[in-house]
Design a protein around this ligand. Structure first.
Ligand code: BGP
Length: 468
């Protein structure tokens, strides 16, 4: 059986990862520009040069059967300075992108923030400074008014957890800190900014729907013991609930706040009027990015250890997640893992969708799903592993829909090869190949692109169905 005719079949990108043109047309410097330049790391200065290839890229995705395109707006491209000056050239660029989508009957699915913060705000403390919430509100107001009527799907933030935890706790993203207090403050401010944006969206009666995108990590336990259940709750709060409960129910999980206080985090920065804003702001839908689940056992010993493998095969097996006193994440010996230590586990998507359906009862979009691989793009890429990965995950979605989950769209990560943050460009996710050594950055479709067209054209009817 196929999915319904309104289902969005698309793919996704993010401004910093694909646009390039990092200092063109009066774009301000972003935190990622600064951090990668100063540390002399591989950067997105050029990336896929979507800034100059957007027309071709949107045409190609449309020819590939896709009826929606998820992309983000770059805040530093749109707001030039700390005084909030609007850069018309930045707005013009996104008008062109959106108009091209509409010309091809492609639904623009817009992310307002995919991690590229203006450096002038990072200089003032970034997400640790409450003023960043006000600056964000100004930025989103400009975007809402400018693109109202053209954009029908808005999301406030891409993956608050990933950007805040990696930046302030794990330290592998900018600004590269390791501090639980800062992590809590940053997480709070980002969710407050989210709530302020949702409330503004309602007050201004902007057309369309608004949601948030979360890095969804469904939590499984090694057994059903009370200790494991407790560890799972810690892990679920850490991975998911602080974003999803806050966005969908207007509530920051109370037991998480208690557990943070017990760890010595000072919560006095939380203000009653902020909590009222948060309570009022309920999203219309949830955007869920699914890469993998977390398999959890109770905490045994050792200090908090958080290691993410950004080196691929050179560091395979090095990832570790231990939260002292809370939980430990373990590997499932029967599962397959990528070179970057991501477990391939489609059933986690099925389980996660049913849990989220039951808990929040909101429409859901899978806003990212894909597999990062090393690929030789000098010839046609026959990415059968990606086809099999996507087949099994779309199958999981279809199974979940059969069992009552309200899923309304699927976005493959990514539309074309792009810059994968600290993994650089060698970790490829695209349905379309780009040889980053080719000055023309020519686009060439992979086998998965043709396969995905058939899936979209048939509304999923050609997916090889499997039960669990
Ligand atoms: C998500 C991000 C994307 C993208 C993807 C793949 O967390 O929203 O920006 O990068 O993950 O992750 P990575 O590039 O680290 O492999």
């Amino acid at each position: 059986m196929a999915l319904n005719d309104h289902f969005l079949w698309g793919s996704a990108t993010a401004s910093y990862q694909c646009e390039g043109a990092w200092d063109l047309d009066d774009k301000a410097e972003s935190n990622w520009d600064r951090y990668l330049h100063v540390n002399n790391l591989e950067n997105g200065d050029i990336a896929s040069d979507f800034y100059h290839h957007y027309e071709e890229d949107i045409r190609m995705l449309s020819e590939g059967g896709q009826n929606s395109f998820r992309f983000s707006l770059s805040w530093p491209r749109i707001i030039s300075d700390i005084n909030g000056t609007v850069n018309q050239k930045g707005l013009d660029f996104y008008h062109k992108v959106i108009d091209t989508c509409l010309r091809y009957d492609v639904e623009p699915f817009v992310t307002l923030y995919h991690w590229d913060l203006p450096q002038y705000l990072e200089d003032e403390g970034g997400w640790l400074n409450r003023k960043t919430c006000d600056a964000y509100l100004h930025y989103v107001e400009v975007c809402f008014k400018e693109f109202n009527g053209k954009v029908r799907y808005w999301t406030t933030f891409n993956e608050p957890r990933w950007t805040i935890f990696n930046g302030y706790l794990i330290g592998n993203y900018c600004p590269g800190h390791h501090d639980a207090q800062e992590t809590t403050v940053g997480a709070y401010h980002i969710m407050l900014a989210h709530a302020m944006a949702v409330n503004l969206f309602r007050e201004e009666q902007i057309e369309g729907k608004i949601g948030i995108v979360h890095s969804y990590t469904p939590v499984d336990g090694v057994d059903d013991s009370p200790e494991t259940l407790k560890a799972m709750r810690y892990a679920d709060n850490y991975c998911n609930n602080w974003v999803l409960d806050t966005a969908a129910k207007g509530e920051i999980p109370e037991d998480l706040l208690v557990a943070l206080s017990e760890k010595g985090v000072d919560l006095s920065f939380m203000k009653e009027e902020d909590l009222k804003q948060i309570k009022k702001a309920r999203v219309d839908f949830l955007g869920l990015n699914y890469y993998s689940r977390a398999l959890i056992k109770p905490y045994t010993e050792g200090e908090t250890t958080l290691i993410i493998n950004n080196k691929g095969k050179a560091a395979k097996g090095s990832s570790k997640t231990i939260l002292k006193g809370w939980f430990e994440q373990i590997k499932d010996p029967s599962s397959e893992y990528t070179e970057w230590d991501t477990e391939i586990y489609p059933k986690g998507l099925y389980d996660g969708l049913l849990r989220a359906q039951q808990r929040y009862g909101l429409p859901m979009y899978i806003t990212e799903n894909g597999v990062g691989m090393y690929e030789d793009v000098s010839e046609y890429v026959e990415d059968d592993y990606r086809i099999s990965f996507m087949n099994d995950h779309i199958n999981a979605i279809m199974n979940a829909v059969d069992d009552g989950a309200d899923v309304r769209g699927y976005f493959a990560w990514s539309t074309f090869d792009l810059y994968s943050w600290k993994n650089g460009c060698e970790k490829r996710y695209g349905l379309v190949a780009i040889d980053f050594n080719d000055p023309k950055l020519e686009r060439r479709t992979k086998k998965s692109y043709q396969w995905y067209k058939k899936v979209a054209d048939s509304n999923g009817a050609c997916i090889i169905r499997k039960a669990y």
